[in-house]
Each structure stands twice: as structure tokens, then as C-alpha cells.
Ligand binder design. Structure first.
Ligand SMILES: Cc1ncc(COP(=O)(O)O)c(C=O)c1O
Length: 357
């Protein structure tokens, strides 16, 4: 028997979550964001589940090529574009679409003799101040692309900084107004919305939405749960109790002795630690399911193990199932307790966790 730690990927949940995107953004095409190994779910596994999407957005060129070679005919958008002239040859050969966000990329495109045609997404910086041309530079960049005979379809895009903030619409509206004022004279397709904007700002849907986290069944909002949005968890990270300790009042558990029992209690030792992708900084109190019962982790997470409070789970013992996150234990709740976000947890699983479908 091997170490009992697994991640169960629910393909029907992935498909269902895509249908939720379609329900919200009825008139837009859907670019499923599958970067970072599809948020930890496995590239080809997720691509198959999302095969009815209109396109895939990705970051890693090797992964993009892998998708093409696996037979996917979809639009495949590289969301940081290309980094060198030599990569352009791959974009051409594999018919990959490139985000163009800086002047160096424009120069590389002008200098490269493409024999075919390339589709590009020109990125406007509307206030995120990460990637993209300023409104002043943008129209010049657009002209440059339009005069390049090797460029086929041009789509205009931006990315929101605060679409997940439900208390204040100001930032999104300002970014949207900035985008609209710059692109207004051009009859070109547009793409703006991530998951939060897809769910909350129908006015941003335009021609392509680019959802990521909602496809994986997590809510982008801190005050609305995934189930309230009809999203289903697609990754359930599980393990088992491999030892039980009986503590007396005053006994401690784990490295640094950071947890001290106030009374007699049973503690389950679970196969799963930071070398598996469970966050080391998750404090005592972080929720976890044991035998289907909600309890808490206690003490410091170590490399291969962590400890759970069995006070309320009297029937638990060696072999009892543990759910770190997923079905019955929303990943957002665990992330919040650990001072991070669901994206971080989903992407963190390491190779020694067996993936099952
Ligand atoms: C350009 C771009 N579009 C869309 C997304 C998807 O965002 P989310 O996972 O919040 O839906 C990302 C994710 O970081 C992104 O970088």
C-alpha cells in the first residue's frame, strides 16, 4: 500500500462549471484559462473537460504545443505572448495566438518574416499597471499591427485589478471606461473579463470572457460561496490518519510545541504536509474534515504530516479519511484560514500527490 494521499479531480464538476460560465456570459466566447497545469488539475485532463470551450488561455509555450499536438484545434492564447524572436517560429508553426503587451514584442514581430498569419490580442493597461500599453501608446501599437500583413485577427484586451471586490465598483468601472474610450473607434473583438467580472459585471463580457478560478469550482469573492454561485469543487485533496496520539493536559504536539492541550484529547496524525502542497503557514484552527466531520488542524504543519483535533470525532482512528479541501470543505475557507487564496492552494500540489479521476 502506498502513502494514502490523493487529489481526486472531478471531470463532471469541471464541465458543470463551464456550463455556469456559459449561463452568465451567454453571448461571449469562452477562453478557459488553463495556465499553471490548469490550476493544478492537469493540463490535458482539464482541456478534455473544457473541450466545448472556444479557446484556451495559457502561459507556458511547451504546454500550448502539447495541447496542439494532442489535437486541440481551439484558439490557444499565450497570455504573456512570446519572449524571443525564435519563439515566433513556434507561434506560427502551431498557430498560437499571442498577447502583445510591450514594444519589444512589436519590434520582434516587425523584424520577423512570418510565412503565415498570426492572431494577436493587443493589451491595454487600464489601471492594473502590470502588462499592457498605456492609452497613449496603444493606438500607435494598433496601427503598427494593422500595417503588418502577417497579422490576421487583432483582438483588444485588458485585465481587471479589482473585479472580486464586491463593496466598491469604482475601480472596475474606471478601467472599463478607460478601455471603452480607447477602443471606441475600432470595430475589433474585445476581451476583458476574468471569473469575477464574468460573474459580476455583464457589461464587461464583450466577445471573449477569460474565466479561470470559477472553472475549478472556487468563488472569486470573499462573501459569496462557490455553492451559492452553483460552482462545484473540482479538486478534492484527501488523505488518511496514520497514527493517533492521546494527550494529557499540558502535552504539546509537533515541531516548536506550538499547540498545548488544555485537557485530555486525541490527536490524529495525517499523511500530508508542506512537501505535498498543504500550506505550512496554516495555523491551528484551519478547518479540515475527518470521517466527514469538520474539525481543525493543530500545531505546526511539517513536511510530511500534520495533526488534527479528534475531540469531536470520537470514532476516528488509523485509516480514517481526511479531506484537506474539496467536496465538503471549500478550498476558499482553508485558504482564508491559512492567509492565502484558493488559487495558491490549488496550484501547490506536488508531484508526490497521486491524481485520480
Ligand atoms: C490575463 C488573465 N485573464 C484571465 C485570468 C483568469 O483569472 P481568474 O482565475 O481570476 O478567473 C487570469 C488569471 O490570472 C489572467 O492573468
Amino acid at each position: 500500500m502506498s502513502r494514502p494521499i490523493n487529489a481526486l479531480i472531478d471531470l463532471s464538476a469541471l464541465k458543470h462549471n463551464l456550463s455556469v460560465v456559459r449561463r452568465y456570459a451567454k453571448c461571449a466566447r469562452v477562453m478557459a484559462v488553463i495556465k499553471a497545469d490548469a490550476y493544478g488539475h492537469g493540463l490535458l485532463r482539464a482541456a478534455e473537460a473544457f473541450s466545448s470551450a472556444d479557446g484556451f488561455a495559457i502561459l507556458e509555450i511547451d504546454a500550448a504545443i502539447h495541447l496542439r499536438e494532442a489535437g486541440y484545434q481551439h484558439t490557444i492564447l499565450l497570455i504573456e505572448g512570446f519572449f524571443s524572436k525564435s519563439e515566433l517560429e513556434l507561434f506560427e508553426r502551431y498557430q498560437l495566438s499571442a498577447v502583445i503587451h510591450n514594444s519589444k514584442q512589436l519590434q520582434m514581430l516587425s523584424a520577423y518574416k512570418l510565412s503565415g498569419k498570426l492572431n494577436v490580442f493587443l493589451k491595454l493597461n487600464t489601471g492594473m499597471n502590470r502588462l499592457g500599453f498605456t492609452p497613449e501608446q496603444f493606438l500607435k501599437a494598433l496601427e503598427t499591427l494593422q500595417s503588418n500583413s502577417a497579422i490576421d485577427q487583432i483582438t483588444l484586451m485588458t485585465h481587471f485589478a479589482c473585479a472580486d471586490n464586491r463593496n466598491d465598483r469604482k475601480e472596475v468601472i474606471e478601467q472599463l471606461q478607460c478601455f471603452n474610450s480607447v477602443v471606441t473607434n475600432y470595430d475589433l473583438p474585445c476581451s476583458l473579463a476574468n471569473s469575477a467580472a464574468t460573474l459580476q459585471y455583464p457589461e464587461t463580457h464583450a466577445d471573449w470572457v477569460r474565466p479561470g478560478i470559477m472553472l475549478y469550482g472556487a468563488s472569486p469573492f470573499s462573501d459569496i460561496s462557490a455553492s451559492e454561485l452553483d460552482l462545484r469543487p473540482s479538486m478534492t485533496f484527501t488523505s488518511e490518519i496514520i497514527a493517533v496520539q492521546n494527550l494529557n493536559a499540558g502535552d504539546t504536539v509537533g515541531y516548536g510545541q506550538t499547540f498545548c492541550a488544555k485537557q485530555i484529547m486525541r490527536v490524529g496524525i495525517v499523511a500530508g504536509g508542506y512537501a505535498d502542497g498543504y500550506p505550512r503557514h496554516a495555523p491551528t484552527g484551519t478547518p479540515v474534515l475527518v470521517n466527514g466531520v469538520r474539525t481543525r488542524i493543530i500545531g505546526r504543519v511539517s513536511m510530511d504530516m500534520l495533526h488534527v483535533d479528534l475531540s469531536k470525532v470520537a470514532n476516528a482512528g488509523i485509516g480514517s479519511p481526511v479531506v484537506f479541501w474539496g467536496k465538503g470543505m471549500p478550498v476558499e475557507e482553508v485558504a482564508q484560514a491559512a492567509g492565502t487564496i484558493s488559487y495558491d492552494l490549488l496550484c501547490s500540489l506536488t508531484q508526490r500527490v497521486k491524481i485520480k479521476t
